[in-house]
Design a protein around this ligand. Structure first.
Ligand SMILES: [Zn+2]
Length: 223
């Protein structure tokens, strides 16, 4: 396209003014139209409406792509922070869970306060795990396609199942733990057996969450 300054020192005859001239003198499609001729030196370069539309469409596409990448980086940054904090929270509550497991493994009789504390801690963990699942599901699906959180969601769900199962057993235990009955023995043994796989699944999920957080960070930085 011609600026008025360029037009000022170029002879009028070689500046494309009419639509036909713009097509004839288009520097973008000159080679396509005249494969065997070089672009005339005397002509100022111009662009035909067709090429202009193509160039503008390409620029718009690049701009839109850049905006999408920027939005995705923001989503990934958010996801990374959320996953990191979830992993840290669960990690912080792990010690207490392991301690409770030891109580059911080593003690033959549990105190009311211990049973109550078990219920409270399992309830807290279950709520946290459910909230983590919901938060991951709410993340921008397009940005998440880069880090694929599906496996972590499955692990969180299986931890939630184990927590629920153990919680229900402790609830049953609460009704009978002060009696001396075969039922009490059975439920105590069930709870005792439930903790090791729960802890393994718990640890596995925490490390998967951390790995996913790291992946989100790396993807965000385009590594
Ligand atoms: Zn053209």
């Amino acid at each position: 396209m011609q600026s008025s300054e360029t037009a000022a020192y170029l002879p009028a005859a070689i500046i494309a003014t009419t639509l036909e001239e713009r097509y004839q003198q288009c520097a973008w499609c000159w080679q396509k139209r005249h494969p065997d001729k070089p672009y005339p030196r005397a002509w100022s370069s111009t662009i035909c409406p067709e090429c202009l539309a193509e160039v503008e469409a390409e620029a718009a596409r690049i701009k839109a792509e850049r905006a999408i990448r920027k939005a995705q980086a923001a989503s990934l940054s958010l996801a990374g922070a959320m996953l990191e904090s979830t992993a840290a929270t669960l990690c912080g509550k792990r010690r207490r869970l392991a301690h409770i497991a030891i109580l059911y493994r080593d003690q033959l009789t549990l105190l009311p306060v211990q049973v109550q504390a078990t219920m409270e801690h399992l309830t807290t963990l279950r709520r946290l795990v459910n909230a983590a699942c919901a938060s991951i599901r709410r993340l921008d699906p397009e940005a998440m396609a880069h880090i694929r959180p599906g496996a972590v969601i499955t692990r969180l769900e299986s931890v939630e199942e184990l927590l629920t199962e153990t919680l229900l057993q402790v609830e049953m235990f609460r009704c009978v733990y002060q009696s001396l009955s075969p039922e009490r023995v059975r439920i105590h043994m069930d709870i005792r057996a439930a903790f090791p796989p729960l802890l393994t699944a718990y640890d596995d999920t925490v490390s998967q969450l951390s790995a996913l957080a790291q992946k989100a960070r790396q993807t965000e930085k385009g590594e």
